[in-house]
Design a protein around this ligand. Structure first.
Ligand code: AMP
Ligand code: ZN
Length: 115
């Protein structure tokens, strides 16, 4: 999608701090971190939100996203203390970028519930 900021990051048109890449997925640092470690794991294919994930995506891309999350949790040394994976969906969910992404937050004790 030409006007999607994450598609531009994936194509290298906007700089990012890339931390992970496999065939279908990339991970990069969030530009406005809410925790000492705040990464975004996103499919290379433009998928607008959780509600737009297809059955094929569920077989291929979603497992790759969680493989990436596990690898990054180990690489950033947060797997022992724990971390949070967040997907915001739609207006009430607080989604601000219309390209599916999973936040990986860690490095401090996180509060619950969200506001
Ligand atoms: P959400 O509110 O769940 O849609 O999350 C969007 C996230 O994208 C926010 O945490 C932003 O800080 C982050 N973000 C927006 N633009 C960029 C960018 N150019 N590079 C990295 N992260 C970004
Ligand atoms: Zn996109």
């Amino acid at each position: 999608m030409s006007d999607c900021i994450f598609c531009k990051i994936i194509k290298g048109e906007i700089p990012s701090e890339l931390v992970y890449e496999n065939e279908h997925v990339v991970g990069f640092k969030d530009i406005n971190p809410e925790a000492p470690i705040h990464l975004l794991i996103v499919p290379k294919k433009h998928i607008s939100s959780t509600m737009d994930i297809t059955d094929n995506d569920k077989n291929i891309i979603i497992p790759e996203i969680f493989a990436g999350i596990q690898q990054l949790a180990k690489e950033f040394n947060i797997e022992q203390d724990g971390f949070r994976v967040v997907n915001n969906c739609g207006n009430y969910g607080g989604q601000t970028v219309g390209h599916l992404h999973f936040h990986l937050l860690g490095g401090r004790e996180l509060q619950w519930p969200p506001g």
